[in-house]
Design a binder for this molecule. Structure first.
Ligand SMILES: O=c1ccn([C@@H]2O[C@H](COP(=O)(O)O)[C@@H](O)[C@H]2O)c(=O)[nH]1
Length: 244
């Protein structure tokens, strides 16, 4: 993919830093060094299970918008109640697994209907750690792109605001689902980073050029010798993708 191609990314801060840490100290220490005007933060299963809602509230008090990445996947009644609980926390974005099915997705949508400023409701399609062979093993004969597209269509039809996909599917989804559907891409790796457990990756500039709205980036920043330098290098690499 041509990383020099310019795409219109309308949000001036497309980077979401994944705060995957085992305790409050390193998570909050990094957050203190980050600027809420330059990025958002993602709280996932590890930090939330350790610290609970207090960690979201702490980060919000520091001025950050928080993506609560708990990937709810359960019966509709349970997911709806969990989405309401997340909305009560005032998170900017939350997510559910699209494979929970239409009734679950519609229940999640309905649960957020009464909020004046509801969080963005996002569906997880195919985890970026999965390749074709992994899908085959769990009984899915599709290539990841076909599966992601089918799940993204279901998410859109059920009224979700967008999906989590890998950057490799972003161009296809953008073309099929239009400009308004929000695409969140983990599986983002600068050229000098290791893939770790991610299987479907592109660089930050490639992801934005393909049509991603937001880049979720964890270890390439959080495990860098200097996280702020790593973030600054990523920001420089995507400047040409941002709307001026
Ligand atoms: O398909 C998915 C959905 C969520 N994630 C989450 O994003 C970050 C990625 O972290 P890296 O360290 O940059 O790999 C992590 O919190 C995952 O839980 C994902 O990777 N893929």
């Amino acid at each position: 993919m041509n990383s020099a191609k310019t795409s219109i990314v309308t949000d001036p801060k497309p980077i979401i830093v994944a705060l995957d840490f085992p305790s409050a100290a390193p998570a909050f220490a990094l957050a203190e060094r980050l600027d809420p005007a330059r990025c958002r933060l993602k709280v996932g299963k590890e930090l939330f299970t350790r610290l609970g809602p207090a960690c979201v509230e702490h980060l919000q008090r520091s001025g950050f918008e928080v993506f609560l990445d708990l990937k709810f996947h359960d019966i509709p009644n349970t997911v709806a109640a969990a989405c309401a609980a997340a909305a009560d926390l005032g998170v900017w974005m939350l997510n559910v697994h699209v494979s929970g099915g239409r009734a679950m997705l519609e229940a999640a949508r309905a649960a957020l209907a009464g909020y004046a400023q509801p969080p963005l409701l996002i569906g997880v399609t195919v985890l970026t750690s999965l390749a074709s062979s992994d899908l085959a093993e769990i009984g899915c004969p599709d290539e990841p792109e076909a599966r992601v597209l089918a799940l993204a269509r279901l998410a859109r039809d059920a009224g979700l605001d967008g999906v989590v996909c890998s950057p490799r599917e972003a161009a296809k989804l953008r073309a099929e689902l239009g400009r308004e559907f929000t695409l969140i891409t983990p599986g983002v790796r600068p050229l000098d980073s290791t893939a770790d457990d991610q299987r479907r990756t592109l660089t930050p500039a490639e992801a934005l050029a393909a049509g991603a709205d937001y880049l979720v980036i964890g270890r390439p920043i959080t495990r860098a010798p200097d996280p702020l330098l790593a973030l600054a290098a990523i920001e420089r690499s995507i400047t040409h993708c941002l709307e001026s």
